[in-house]
Design a binder for this molecule. Structure first.
Ligand SMILES: [Zn+2]
Length: 453
């Protein structure tokens, strides 16, 4: 069903993209930003408009593209502030998390409840697309079981109105089984698609081993074959503390050198984290055309390092932004992490400007997911956007309201959020689902485990 056209009226500022800002109205038709050439423009004001647009008063507000969280682990939403996971090295963190997954039991109900909470939290914070790098497949799970887990995450995101990129990850999985599962998930969730993206753009499938610290060359090769067959994006995590240490110990090489040898550097690859990278490695990533995902909300509090974002950008690498999961970053609040990215950037290079980081959280992430229609508000873009009300006391005295989105009001949430032309958050509330029901579903699932002891 086509959404009713939506007219945003009298915005203080519309951040169209990193180089264009204007005031005024914005019309959304058929899930796209209207204006310019082509079928969208033809529909505006004509018979194609499909009735009078719904008007939304956005005076006193800044409008931006919807935020794109390029790196999350939605399952970890069920495991936030887990005892024994803070202030520890990653080599301790990983088995502590793994034991918790076994104790609670990873099934479609848990995956669905965690993804529902995580994607609802995302929308309330302005995140309209989430990449869920799912790494947790229970031992002995069949291919059909893995499809059920993926479908549970997809259904959850869809039910609140969020876009989802489901990344079939692997963490020490059997390489053959991981590849069979990725193939089956692709066929079940995005059948017949040449790029892994559903016809309506709401669901995407990608593949991604957790990293060279966890998966052997064969896993990268076999998941890479699935990606090639279906035109999927490839992702992995590289050059966090433990990744570099294990790669050196096991192979006598650093992770990016291994990824290069294993055929996992290229324009269809996005590398998350990249905390500990040398100038030569930055040049290698740039030359290969890889994108990067910065995740300071995970790496900084865990003490895992700070990616040298300015140096990556300077080398020509497109950098997006991700929160990573609840096991390391207890919030899925991408704007808060954009603020953090800006604040810590000066520790590893020149200070990043607010607009540059906002660009990372929108267009940078979208490019890394292979989604040129997301992350900006030019004519023909997907109608995903946030309406930030900057008329309150936290923004009083702010000279530059766009920079203020990041600098002022930590924890800021958007008043309204639109995905594919549909208002999914209105006046700070979810439209499709009651927030307390989302909370209750995860609470009940976790409580059942506690009762069983
Ligand atoms: Zn991560």
């Amino acid at each position: 069903m086509r959404p009713t056209p939506l007219l945003l009226r009298e915005a203080m500022t519309i951040v169209v993209d990193e180089t264009t800002e204007r005031a005024g109205d914005l019309l959304l038709v058929d899930g796209q930003v209207a204006g310019g050439e082509g079928p969208v423009a033809a529909g505006v004001g004509g018979a194609g408009l499909g009735g009078r647009p719904e008007a939304l008063d956005v005076s006193g507000c800044v409008v931006t593209a919807g935020l794109v969280n390029a790196h999350h682990h939605l399952l970890q939403t069920a495991f936030r502030t887990l005892p024994g996971t803070r202030g520890v090295p990653m080599a301790t963190w990983l088995p502590t998390m793994a034991a918790a997954y076994v104790r609670v039991g990873v099934d479609p109900e848990l995956v669905g409840a965690a993804a529902l909470a995580g994607s609802a939290e995302g929308l309330l914070c302005g995140v309209t697309t989430i990449a869920d790098h799912h790494l947790t497949w229970p031992a002995g799970a069949s291919t059909a079981d893995s499809v059920a887990l993926a479908r549970a995450a997809a259904d959850a995101a869809s039910s609140v109105g969020s876009r989802l990129v489901f990344v079939r990850g692997s963490a020490r999985d059997d390489p053959q089984e991981a590849a069979l599962s990725a193939e089956a998930i692709c066929q079940a969730l995005v059948p017949g698609r040449a790029d892994g993206v559903s016809a309506d753009g709401m669901l995407q499938v990608a593949v991604g081993p957790a990293g060279v610290h966890s998966d052997p060359r064969e896993t990268f090769a076999l998941l890479g074959e699935v990606a090639q067959r279906h035109g999927l994006r490839r992702r992995t995590q590289a050059n966090e503390q433990v990744d570099v240490a294990i790669a050196l110990e096991r192979y006598g090489k650093r992770p990016l050198q291994l990824l290069d040898e294993w055929g996992w550097l290229g324009p269809d690859v996005t590398l998350a984290h990249l905390c500990d990278v040398t100038p030569e490695e930055i040049a290698l990533v740039a030359a290969a055309g890889c994108a990067a995902t910065h995740a300071p909300g995970c790496d900084v509090p865990m003490g895992w390092g700070v990616a040298p974002v300015a140096a990556l950008l300077e080398a020509g690498v497109v950098v997006g932004l991700g929160t990573s999961g609840g096991g390391s970053n207890d919030a899925g609040h991408l704007l808060a992490d954009a603020r953090l990215a800006m604040q810590v950037s000066g520790l590893v290079g020149p200070q990043l400007a607010a607009r540059a980081v906002l660009g990372m959280a929108t267009r940078g992430s979208a490019v890394g997911l292979g989604r040129p229609e997301l992350g900006h508000l030019r004519p023909g873009a997907a109608a995903d956007l946030c309406v930030w009300d900057v008329s309150g006391v936290a923004d009083a005295g702010v000279a530059d309201p766009v920079a203020g989105l990041l600098w002022a009001a930590p924890g800021r949430r958007p008043r309204h959020v639109v995905v594919a032309g549909e208002v999914v958050v209105r006046d700070y509330e979810l439209v499709r689902v009651a927030e307390r029901e989302v909370v209750e579903r995860l609470r009940a699932r976790l409580a059942r485990v506690a009762r069983l002891g």
